[in-house]
Design a binder for this molecule. Structure first.
Ligand SMILES: C[S@@+](CC[C@H](N)C(=O)[O-])C[C@H]1O[C@@H](n2cnc3c(N)ncnc32)[C@H](O)[C@@H]1O
Length: 208
C-alpha cells in the first residue's frame, strides 16, 4: 500500500492496519464472489483504494455525518472512506446482495464499525436521510441526482471542504452526461491530484 502512503503520509496505526488488510481479504473473497475484475487486483490499492480516497482530498466530513454509498458493490468508495473517516457513518446500498455481503464481511474482518449495508435499489429508500451521497461508476449523473436528492438532509453548508449533496467518481468524456443532467456540478480532475496515468480522464463531481 505504498501508493497510499505516497499521498497520505500520516495515517494512524489502526487505519494503516485496516488498509493493509484489504488486499488479501478482497483477493480471497473475489475467488468466491467477483466484486473486482481479476486483472484489477494487481492494481488494487491504486485503482480502488486510492481512487476512492480522492474524495477525501477534497472533502472533510465532520464527525457524526451520515453518508450513503449508492451502488457500493463490494464497498467502493465506502470502505476506504469509512477507514479514513472513522467518526462518520457509511451506509452501503446496492441492488445486488451478494456484493454487499462481501463488503460487510470485510468490514467485520477489519473491525470497521462505522458501516451498515442495505440491499435495495436507492430509489426505493424512503425512511432514511443522509448528509452526503457518494457513488462510483453506477449511473448517469441525472439519475444519481434524481435518486439522491430526496435522501439528503436540507442543511446548507458554507465551508469549502464540507458539502451537503452528491459526490461521484466518474470517468471518460462527461460533456454530454453533464449537459443531459441539466446540473452544474463542481468538477475536479483527479489527474491533478494523483499523478498515476490511471487517473487520466477520471473526475470527482459534486452537486449540492
Ligand atoms: C459498476 S458497479 C460499481 C460498484 C462500486 N461502486 C465500485 O466502484 O466498485 C455498479 C453497482 O451499482 C449498483 N446499482 C446500480 N443501480 C443501482 C440502484 N439504483 N440502487 C442501488 N444499486 C444500484 C449495481 O448493482 C452495481 O453493483
Amino acid at each position: 500500500m505504498t501508493i497510499i502512503q505516497k499521498y497520505f503520509s500520516d495515517f494512524p496505526e489502526r487505519q494503516t492496519q485496516q488498509l493493509d488488510a484489504l488486499k488479501e481479504l478482497y483477493s480471497n473473497w473475489n475467488q468466491k464472489i467477483n466484486v473486482i475484475s481479476r486483472k484489477d487486483m494487481d492494481h488494487f490499492y491504486e485503482h480502488h483504494v486510492l481512487h476512492s480516497l480522492a474524495i477525501a482530498t477534497q472533502f472533510n466530513f465532520p464527525a457524526g455525518y451520515s453518508i450513503m454509498d449508492l451502488g457500493s458493490g463490494g464497498g467502493f468508495p465506502g470502505i476506504p472512506l469509512a477507514i479514513f473517516f472513522p467518526d462518520v457513518h457509511f451506509h452501503l446500498v446496492d441492488s445486488v446482495n451478494k456484493k454487499l455481503k462481501v463488503a460487510y464481511s470485510i468490514a467485520e474482518e477489519i473491525e470497521l464499525h462505522n458501516i451498515t449495508v442495505q440491499h435495495t435499489r436507492a430509489e426505493d429508500i424512503q425512511d432514511k436521510k443522509f448528509d452526503v451521497v457518494v457513488s462510483r461508476a453506477v449511473a448517469p449523473l441525472k439519475n444519481l441526482w434524481y435518486w439522491s436528492k430526496p435522501l439528503l438532509h436540507k442543511r446548507p453548508v458554507h465551508e469549502p471542504k464540507k458539502i451537503n449533496g452528491l459526490i461521484c467518481l466518474k470517468g471518460g468524456n462527461l460533456t454530454k452526461e453533464i449537459h443531459e443532467s441539466g446540473l452544474h456540478p463542481k468538477v475536479w480532475e483527479i489527474e491533478n491530484i494523483f499523478k498515476e496515468p490511471f487517473f487520466k480522464e477520471k473526475y470527482i463531481l459534486a452537486v449540492s
